[in-house]
Each structure stands twice: as structure tokens, then as C-alpha cells.
Design a protein around this ligand. Structure first.
Ligand code: ACO
Length: 377
């Protein structure tokens, strides 16, 4: 069997989410993604993923309180961000900061389920503080401490800008967080589960996930989408640009998905959010370019008989850009949002663990003998 890319291989049994690729449906622990986006906050979604059900009022208050109290960073981690952020890609700095947070965490090497959950909650809150600090240090600005009266999404906007976001901005980012929180056996989650299955520590599993999410074929695509929109520059250029790129066999960022053979259900929600934000700002240039790119891709893919549709990264790019995030931080936002999903998968993997170790088919030479070094070609 050709198992390149493990296409169609079931690598784990999970209760966290279900992706129905042919129908374009996504559910978290039984709830449709559209329902959660409309009616749940990111903090409620975190609770759902970690405890298997939506919280009642008291439970939500407890989860929210611990998340908010966990948000400040160890000053030594902040120092690492300060020294690395001006030079390195924000995802590399986040990966490094999470690794450092693990090294300094007094419970870093405690792998019990209870401690892993506590560390996962801390990391979910701290990734947001780290991302804001990375954004500010890249601009030569001092990091701003998190506020205890804000949710994680609102806090990210506040700590990055130094002013409170309005309700629409805060809720828009909150919904984007909900949409990105979990997605079955995507590459970064698989990386986290492979690491977790060796019984390594939680921070190490998350570091593996962050490094995997960074790639342009996975979470890095949202930054790629924005670069593409800027390169295209105008609605008129969108059609010719996409056709030429396809003729050169270039991949169009924000399109295609291993699991979906139809529209990614998160894409239309993000499209409406981008439309609302840009209408409010009185400039819908990026949305109009995106729509022309989508239209051209629809025509071209139909002509080529290919099932390639927009994915979650396509419209999230214009949402983040309109919210004022620099392009280089887009994938970090994704990482903040996916953190509860990674944590939940690590916990799930370790509840019923078996080392993940697939085979490989050897295709190299056989029967060679080691020659003395002077006799080698
Ligand atoms: N643009 C143009 N052609 C594409 C695209 C695209 N975005 N995606 C796939 N194709 C083509 C490939 O070139 C390939 O063509 P070929 O058979 O002629 O060589 C064919 O479709 C199948 O592609 P695969 O790479 O085998 O499909 P796979 O399921 O492995 O790819 C992936 C999924 C990596 C997401 C791919 O669609 C892609 O590269 N998309 C662009 C990057 C992107 O947006 N990534 C984010 C995905 S969502 C997420 O991770 C959060």
C-alpha cells in the first residue's frame, strides 16, 4: 500500500472532534462548529475539550479564573523573548519560549494526568502573553502585562496594542480562536501525540506541535495567504495572478485540505467575519481580492476536475490583518487557539497510551562492505 502522507490511515481514536470531509462538517465533542462559533466563547471551548462537556456557570468561572491567573510569564521567559524576538520568526520565538517555560516550570517533569492538565491550562494562557510580548519586542516596544478582567482573545489584542479592543474586535478574535481550537489528526496534533506517546513532558509535546504548525503547508499558510494578497495587490490582478501561478504548478496558499473534499466549514464563518470587519473599517479591498482569488480557483479547479476549496487559513488572513495584526504573527495566533486542542490530545493519548512507531519500506542498497577510508571513491 502507498501510505505516503499516511492518507486515510486512522492513527488514533478520539472523542475530541470529528471531521466529515465529504460533507464539510466539523464537530467538537458532538457540537457543530457553527453552533460553537455562534454561542460559545473560547474559554467555554477550552473547558469542552479538556473536560468533555460544556461548563455550567460555576465551572466556567473556575476555568476562566485559572486561565486568567496563569497568563503572566516567568521573567526569565520574558527575557528570552526580549533577546530573540527582534531577529527570529515569531513562531520560532514562541517555540523557544514554550520550551523555556517547560524548563523553568517546577512541575516540568511531572507527567501525571492532573499536573499535565494544570500545565496545559497554564500554557494556553501563557501562549497568548508570549505572542503579544513577541509582537511588541519585534517593534522595540516593552511587553504589556495581561489583565485579569479580560478573556484570552481580548487580552491578546490589549497586550499587543496597549489599548482595550472594542466588543466587536474582541468577539471576532474570540470566534476565530473557537474555530481553530481543534481539528482531529492534523499534522501538528499528530506531532504532539507522537511525542506524548513516548511519555515525554507536556511542554516537549507542545514544542513538537508548534514546530509542525509553523510549516507553510499547515498553519504557516495564513501568513502565506496575506503575502499572496499583497503581491496580487488589486482585484483586477487576482484572476491573471492565480492562473499564472497554477500554470507554474505553484500551490495557492489557503486552498486545499487533506480531510475536506468540499468547502472547509470554518472558511465561510471567517469570510463573514472579514466582511463585517472590513465594512466597518470602510475598506474591503482584501476581501474583494480574496473573493476574486476564490472565484478564479473555483473556475480553474472545475476545469481541471480537482476538488480544491478554501481552507481555514484563507479568510483568517484578512480577519487578522483587519484586526491590525502584523502578518508575521498570524501563525502564532493559530498556535494560541490550537493550544487547548493539543493539550487535550496529549491527555487523551496518555490515558490509553501505546508508543506510535510506524514502519518504513527500505528502498536503499543492500550487502555493502565498509572499505578502508583511502580506498573509497
Ligand atoms: N493550490 C494548487 N494546487 C494544489 C493545492 C493548492 N493549494 N493543494 C493541492 N494542490 C494539488 C497538488 O499540486 C497536487 O497536484 P498533482 O497531483 O498534480 O501533483 C494535488 O492537488 C494533490 O495535492 P497533495 O499535496 O497530494 O494533497 P494533500 O492532501 O497532501 O495536500 C495541502 C493538502 C498540503 C493542505 C495542500 O492542499 C496545500 O499545499 N495547500 C496549500 C497550503 C495550505 O493552504 N495549507 C493549509 C491547510 S489547512 C491547515 O493546515 C490548517
Amino acid at each position: 500500500m502507498d501510505s505516503r502522507g499516511l492518507d486515510g490511515v486512522v492513527a488514533a481514536v478520539t472523542q475530541l472532534s470529528r471531521v466529515r470531509g465529504e460533507e464539510g462538517r466539523l464537530t467538537y465533542a458532538g457540537y457543530e462548529i457553527e453552533d460553537l462559533a455562534e454561542n460559545a466563547t473560547f474559554e467555554e471551548t477550552c473547558h469542552l475539550l479538556w473536560f468533555g462537556r460544556l461548563p455550567n456557570r460555576d465551572e466556567l468561572e473556575a476555568t476562566t479564573r485559572i486561565l486568567r491567573r496563569s497568563a503572566p510569564l516567568d521573567p526569565r521567559v520574558l527575557e528570552i523573548i526580549r533577546s530573540a524576538a527582534p531577529r527570529a520568526h515569531p513562531m520560532s520565538v514562541l517555540r523557544t519560549a514554550v520550551s523555556a517555560a517547560g524548563a523553568y516550570d517546577p512541575e516540568g517533569e511531572d507527567g501525571s494526568a492532573g499536573t499535565n492538565l494544570c500545565k496545559g491550562i497554564r500554557l494556553t494562557a501563557q501562549a497568548v502573553t508570549m505572542t503579544a510580548a513577541i509582537g511588541r519586542c519585534r517593534n522595540g516596544e516593552e511587553p504589556i502585562a495581561p489583565r485579569e478582567d479580560l478573556g484570552l482573545a481580548a487580552n491578546l489584542l490589549y497586550m499587543l496594542r496597549g489599548v482595550l479592543p472594542d466588543e466587536i474586535e474582541a468577539r471576532t478574535l474570540d470566534v476565530a480562536f473557537v474555530l481553530h481550537a481543534e481539528h482531529g489528526m492534523n499534522a501538528s496534533t499528530f506531532a504532539a501525540r507522537i511525542a506524548a506517546a513516548t511519555l515525554t513532558d507536556l511542554h516537549s509535546a507542545v514544542v513538537a506541535a508548534i514546530g509542525t504548525l509553523k510549516g507553510p503547508l499547515h498553519g504557516g499558510a495564513n501568513e502565506g495567504v496575506m503575502r499572496m494578497l499583497m503581491q496580487i495587490g488589486s482585484v483586477e490582478q487576482a484572476g491573471p495572478w492565480v492562473r499564472e501561478a497554477l500554470d507554474r504548478r505553484q500551490r495557492i496558499m489557503g486552498f486545499g485540505h487533506r480531510a475536506y473534499r468540499t468547502l472547509d466549514p470554518r472558511a465561510p464563518i471567517l469570510r463573514s467575519m472579514a466582511a463585517r470587519l472590513q465594512e466597518r473599517a470602510g475598506d474591503s479591498k482584501w476581501l474583494r481580492i480574496s473573493e476574486r482569488v476564490q472565484e478564479t480557483m473555483r473556475e480553474e479547479m472545475e476545469r481541471r476536475d480537482r476538488k480544491i476549496y478554501p481552507n481555514v487559513d484563507f479568510y483568517s488572513a484578512s480577519v487578522y490583518y483587519t484586526l491590525g495584526f502584523p502578518m508575521e504573527l498570524f501563525t502564532n495566533i493559530f498556535a494560541c487557539a490550537r493550544m487547548p486542542g493539543w493539550v487535550a490530545h496529549v491527555l487523551e493519548q496518555q490515558r490509553d497510551n501505546r508508543l506510535i512507531r510506524p514502519g518504513s519500506e527500505y528502498a536503499g542498497p543492500d550487502g555493502l562492505r565498509v572499505l578502508p577510508i583511502d580506498e573509497r571513491a
